[in-house]
Design a protein around this ligand. Structure first.
Ligand code: PEP
Ligand code: MG
Length: 549
């Protein structure tokens, strides 16, 4: 048995086989091949597999975003039909030039993409990226790099150097027992995803090793370690502990339908954070009273192309309609920093966390921003929507956002679109916003404090950098003071104030937040019931639990 330590994200246990998740380099050789038939067979198998994948994506998109958005996957499916020019071009290169399937796919698809790109019709020009997408999918299957080959078909604990947000969205969650990474920090989006899925996760595990592949392991979140090839006794005792956790979780079910009210009668709202329509079930199952943060950039990360107004409208409408009359706070696209998307063509930056991201991109690319705002306004007719702008630092930015929102509203009124009443708020996640909270409060209906970024910027600690964890203090008095100032400024101007960063789920601070007067806490869905339990056990007439800021 080997024991390797790290930092655990959740007090949970996972038991299962390890699978090493590694992205090898894509190298395509132009060497001649001996066995032409074998290459034709490989191409055929990959072609059929990618067609199957496109069909699955089509069905998924149909449910989550509607027919228009799903149509793109049908188009991809069609490109791979065996009566299409592309099929002929690939098989001709394999047989005529005696090259590998990979080489032939690259040649044929690149030529077709270039042909589309040079057409004068913008519709066909845009299809060029679709051809490249399908090319990459086929190459991934041929080289064993597609999600299915990488993740396997059996439930497993995935072990990797790190996971980028764009990778985590592709993982099949039903096959994920746990995650172990060599890198990663507690506030990274991988950690946030792990918490939202209640997935046992160990980060900063320096001893991960390729030789673990296929071995039995226990990820012990309580003891911040992984046991590889555990002894029978350990397996028995930790499996029993895992069962005990499941039993405790079941006890929380009694809190469903109850209010989040302290012993002395103070009620606050406990909302959930989500990344898209796929998480609505978790909101319902965990009985959240609303959604306090819908990270809309995941709609963009999940899409192969810049999502159209229609596609976004479908996704937002689905969430609003399903959860109505519960309030759903949708944050406008917060792309940039660690959340990068190829089709956005963002320049490489030295300091991305302090760079061109979130509202800065939206205010610069007005058409891109308007597409999202129009989709949101149209969706507002189907539920109780609030819109929230991220990374705000000034009143000027808020005014600009509101002016563009008004412009969209007027356009839609002229078009006769139905729209509901909405609240408009901002995230307080920069020191500038916390310090100017009095001025900002006069421009909006609510504040939601993003403690992940607020902590990063107040303490000058890169949230992605694992090396800085020893210097990081999530309960830093400066962060707590910034939260208190924000709540007080918001209340002075009659608006509600919530927390949607990870600190909202930190039960050791619930008492402190309630005493500050926080109105709403938005946490990952699986933290809703534990948080409600904590609130219901607090008596604000008693002395505070923790030193207040
Ligand atoms: C935050 O910064 O606290 C937040 C909620 O947003 P994100 O984690 O997506 O940056
Ligand atoms: Mg943030």
């Amino acid at each position: 048995m080997q024991v390797a330590t790290g930092k655990s994200i959740l007090n949970r246990i996972a038991v299962g086989k390890i699978r090493i998740y590694k992205v090898p380099e894509r190298v395509i050789s132009d060497a001649l091949v001996d066995d032409v038939q074998a290459e034709l067979d490989r191409f055929e198998a990959a072609r059929v597999r990618v067609q199957d994948q496109q069909m699955v994506l089509y069905e998924k998109a149909l449910v989550q975003a509607g027919e228009d958005a799903a149509g793109i996957f049908m188009f991809h499916y069609g490109l791979l039909e065996d009566d299409e020019d592309l099929y002929e071009a690939v098989t001709e290169i394999i047989t005529g030039q005696k090259r590998s399937a990979e080489y032939a796919v690259k040649e044929a698809f690149d030529n077709q993409a270039e042909a589309f790109a040079t057409m004068s019709d913008p519709y066909f020009q845009a299809r060029s990226t679709d051809v490249i997408d399908v090319e990459n999918d086929v190459l991934d299957v041929l080289m064993g790099l597609d999600a299915m080959s990488m993740q396997g078909t059996e439930p497993a604990i995935l072990v990797a150097e790190d996971f980028a947000p764009s990778e985590t969205v592709k993982l099949d969650k039903s096959l994920l027992l746990g995650m172990i990474t060599r890198e990663g920090s507690s506030n990274s989006h991988t950690a946030i995803l792990a918490r939202s899925m209640n997935l046992p996760t160990l980060i900063q595990c320096k001893e991960i090793n390729d030789s673990w592949d296929g071995k039995m392991a226990i990820l012990d979140g309580y003891n911040q370690c992984v046991y590889v090839d555990p002894t029978e006794d350990l397996l028995k005792s930790l499996t029993a502990k895992q069962q005990e956790d499941i039993r405790k979780k079941a006890l929380l079910q009694d809190l469903k339908g109850k209010t989040s009210t302290t012993i002395d009668g103070r009620t606050i709202r406990v909302y959930a954070n989500i990344g898209g329509p796929q998480d609505v079930g978790a909101v319902q199952v965990n009985d959240a009273e609303g959604v306090g943060l819908f990270r809309s950039e995941f709609v963009y990360l999940n899409s192969k192309d810049d999502p159209s107004e229609e596609e976004q409208f479908g996704a937002y409408r689905r969430v609003l309609e399903t959860l109505a009359p519960k309030q759903v706070v949708i944050r406008t696209c917060d792309i940039g920093a660690d959340k990068t998307i190829d089709y956005m063509n963002l320049d490489h930056e030295e300091n991305p966390a302090l760079g061109f991201r979130a509202i800065r991109i939206c205010l610069t690319r007005k058409d891109f921003f308007k597409r999202q705002l129009r989709a949101l306004l149209r969706a507002s007719a189907y539920g109780n929507l609030a819109i929230m702008f991220p990374m705000i630092i000034s009143v000027r930015e808020v005014k600009e956002c509101r002016a563009i929102l008004d412009e969209c509203r007027k356009e839609l009124e002229k078009e006769g679109a139905a729209m509901g009443d909405i609240e408009v708020g901002i995230m307080i996640e920069t020191p500038a916003a916390a310090l100017c909270a009095d001025e900002l409060a006069q421009e909006v209906d609510f504040f939601s404090i993003g403690t992940n970024d607020l902590t990063q910027y107040v303490c000058a600690i890169d949230r992605q950098n694992a090396k800085l964890e020893p210097f990081s203090d999530t309960h830093h008095p400066a962060v707590l003071r910034a939260i208190r100032m924000t709540v007080e400024a918001g209340h002075r101007h009659g608006i509600w104030v919530g927390i949607c960063g990870e600190l909202g789920a930190d039960l050791s601070l619930t008492d402190t937040f309630l005493r500050m007067g926080i109105d709403e806490l938005s946490v990952n869905p699986t933290s809703v019931l534990p948080l409600r339990k904590e609130i219901r056990g607090i008596d604000l007439r008693q002395p505070p639990k923790e030193q207040e800021a």
